[in-house]
Design a protein around this ligand. Structure first.
Ligand code: NDP
Length: 336
């Protein structure tokens, strides 16, 4: 991490790629830990929020200038002196954006062993079976309170969070309206089952919601004018799940003008962060029990946008902020 951006993160300026360090894989001391080779790392919208003045406190720690970036990833163990970790095992959790890393234990940061009984690509474990998938699953199950006949609106519908929310809502027999920013993404949203799918850049969100609403459940991934339109078309006693507001991650944000509708329509607005212990304790085990099989059987569909090589991280971070990613953005660092 080279420099705090003022607006959009700039590849080669905000983030730089460094090849200066090498490692002797056979002989590097492990001090009781284990050596992992990084296979994939995840590029998520919230990484922009970590590129801020370190004095600003939010739910996620800031990157420090000069620090190697880190985020969710999957690695394979090459060598181990740790009693519980064996070469050939795969782990997911926070990893540095580097090809190899020595971990001292499985706790700090938490690494979770992946059994991968369905032989899914490792990238799946940072997308639909990773943090974004958990976000959709935990948030939907905790806050949506679906009722028969409900109409759901999902913004950011083509990403790993939104596309799983659409599928969870459809599995409960609800009507789903979803939006995204390109025709290709709209086609994917239709493929995962949305009843109404539209490109918010070419079609007026308010008009669609007026025709297809009112909205009983709004899953908000974007904030801004889309949230305003959802409020405008909210049903009485609707549930608004505030998951993310990417429309404001690179600037000052957008002042919502119709928040009065929250009390006028008795809306329950639930904001959440996926790491909240209450949610993790309640849903994580069931998530890993249920979702991998559904993905393997094709009952849950996903869309990935894979790029090879850590040198492309800076560009990938920018692309996600601009919506140029065509699915869950993952950097493939190495094959097995
Ligand atoms: P995506 O992979 O869908 O990538 C983000 C997408 O946001 C872009 O592809 C783009 O798609 C869209 N976007 C960018 N700018 C705008 C804009 N101005 N207005 C509308 N859409 C925009 O992301 P994820 O599925 O990983 O995440 C979705 C949301 O969930 C994000 O807001 C993220 O921060 C949030 N999140 C929250 C978590 C939590 O714990 N609360 C955890 C994980 C994610 P398009 O082409 O459609 O514009």
């Amino acid at each position: 991490f080279n420099e705090i951006p003022t607006g959009l993160p700039e590849p080669g300026k905000t983030v730089i790629y460094d090849e200066s360090q090498t490692i002797d894989l056979e002989n590097v001391p492990l001090h009781g830990g284990f050596l992992m080779k990084t296979l994939v790392v995840s590029i998520d919208p919230y990484l922009r929020g970590k590129m801020r003045d370190t004095s600003i406190r939010t739910y996620s720690k800031p990157y420090h200038v000069g620090e190697t970036l880190y985020n969710f990833g999957v690695g394979v163990v090459l060598r181990s002196e740790h009693p519980d970790v064996k070469p050939g095992e795969h782990y997911s959790g926070y990893v540095y954006f580097q090809q190899y890393e020595i971990h001292k234990d499985l706790k700090n940061p938490i690494l979770r062993k992946i059994d991968n009984e369905f032989n899914l690509p490792w990238s799946t474990y940072v997308g639909t079976l990773g943090m974004p998938g958990k976000t959709a699953y935990f948030g939907w199950n905790e806050f949506s309170h679906p009722e028969k006949g409900d109409t759901v609106f999902v913004s950011g519908g083509a990403g790993p969070v939104g596309s799983l929310v659409i599928q969870l809502a459809k599995a409960q027999g609800l009507k789903v309206i979803a939006s995204a920013g390109s025709e290709e993404k709209v086609a994917f949203i239709k493929k995962v089952g949305a009843d109404v799918a539209f490109n918010y850049k070419t079609t007026d969100t308010n008009e669609v919601l007026k025709k297809e609403g009112p909205v009983n459940i709004y899953w908000d991934n974007v904030g801004g004018p889309t949230l305003e339109a959802a409020l405008e078309n909210s049903a009485v006693e609707s549930r608004f799940i505030e998951c993310g507001m990417i429309s404001g991650y690179n600037d000052e944000g957008y002042p919502i003008r119709n928040l009065n509708l929250v009390f006028q329509n008795s809306i329950i607005m639930s904001g959440f962060i996926v790491f909240r212990p209450k949610l993790v304790n309640k849903y994580e085990e069931i998530f890993y029990k249920v979702l991998p099989e559904k993905v393997a059987k094709g009952e849950i569909k996903l869309n990935e946008d894979l790029t090879e090589g850590l040198k492309n991280v800076g560009q990938a971070i920018l692309d996600v902020q601009l919506g140029r990613n065509t699915g869950k953005k993952v950097i493939v660092v190495a094959s097995e």
